[in-house]
Design a protein around this ligand. Structure first.
Ligand code: ADP
Ligand code: MG
Length: 324
């Protein structure tokens, strides 16, 4: 199977209707996209490298899903609607069964969000996936990291920590094995391998929330990005964080590691003024996504973690950094 046959067989989908924003898809020198007139283009790229972002033995279908999911999550965090994506793929060999599984996971998620594959590049090399997503957002409604204001409420969608627990279990970490047991439940594994980008929530929050980002490197560290960009601080109530049943069996320190420092959550962290509380709840309901108020934005810089008794907690808030 040559390069062009590979593309034709796995990534060019004859007979699948294109959403109206795609004037020209895979096969020409460029794709042609037509955003809604007057909207702004939202663009994001994420690269997934074997051994860095996923374990070598992860199934191809889950990988196809996750490669697109982490990119769609960035659009969600901006309050954008997906228009399409490109895929740059470096593969050690043209393995038909692997490619078919990868494409299945990729297109199932793409179709669910009407976000078609419109182009890409394919080369031989170490397994490496790079997706660029294109989305659109109504002017002045984009959820930027620099838009948090003193007095805003701080919210998180869903719950954090399960992906980290699943990863530690797969790596054989003793505390994870002790808490989870000898089998990794499929719903816990799914939290790591099949994150669901919060697109409906993000769009419902556009024009309601102030600042937002998606959680990829741990809540505490990612919150720091909003605080620095906005020039504000925050207090976060640890007891307010939604706790997944799987995390309840963890010792205190490891529970905090998962809740605050666990990567790969792909939940939305956002701020909104107290006057918007009803609108936030309406957005949560309209998108069928749970949101929880977990703290507030303050003018005192930095992040203060508060325990249930109101005592300040010591916790070294370090997000994941590839070059640290
Ligand atoms: P070029 O030589 O102009 O870079 P290519 O030969 O790399 O074009 O690709 C031919 C067509 O196939 C282009 O439309 C490109 O966008 C598309 N394409 C290549 N690889 C992929 C891929 N992995 N997924 C989707 N489309 C792809
Ligand atoms: Mg090319």
């Amino acid at each position: 199977m040559g390069e062009f046959e590979l593309i034709r067989r796995h990534f060019q989908r004859a007979g699948v209707a294109q959403p109206t924003q795609v004037l020209l898809g895979v096969g020409d020198d460029c794709a042609l996209l037509q955003p809604t007139p007057g909207h702004q283009l939202a663009v994001s790229t994420d690269m997934l490298v074997e051994g860095r972002h996923f374990l070598a033995d992860v199934g191809p279908e889950a990988l196809g899903h996750k490669a697109l999911a982490v990119n769609l999550s960035d659009l969600a965090a901006m309050g954008a609607r997906p228009l399409g994506f490109t895929l740059a793929l470096s593969l050690p060999r043209a393995d038909d069964a692997w490619l078919a599984g990868f494409a299945r996971g990729l297109f199932a998620l793409a179709d669910a969000h009407a976000c078609p594959l419109v182009g890409g590049d394919t080369t031989r090399g170490p397994l490496n996936l790079c997706i660029t997503v294109f989305g659109e957002v109504t002017p002045s409604r984009a959820l930027r990291r620099d838009a948090a204001r003193v007095g805003d409420d701080l919210y998180v969608s869903g719950r954090t920590g399960e992906a980290r627990l699943a990863l530690e279990w797969l790596l054989g970490t003793p505390w994870a094995r002790a808490a989870v047991g000898t089998m990794l439940p499929s719903d816990l594994r799914a939290r790591l391998e099949r994150p669901m980008p919060r697109l409906a929530l993000g769009r419902a929050l556009a024009g309601v929330a102030h600042a937002a980002l998606d959680l990829s490197d741990g809540l505490a560290g990612d919150l720091g990005h909003i605080l620095r960009a906005s020039g504000v601080g925050a207090e976060l109530h640890l007891a307010a964080l939604p706790l997944a049943p799987a995390l309840a069996a963890l010792p205190e320190a490891e529970r905090q590691t998962c809740l605050l420092g666990g990567g790969d959550d792909y939940e939305l962290l956002f701020t909104a003024p107290p006057s918007a509380r009803e609108s936030v709840q309406a957005a949560a309901q309209a998108s069928d996504t749970g949101v929880t108020r977990i703290g507030a934005i303050t003018d005192q810089p930095g992040l203060r973690l508060l325990a249930a008794d109101g005592q300040a907690l010591r916790w070294q808030a370090v997000g994941f950094d590839h070059f640290a």
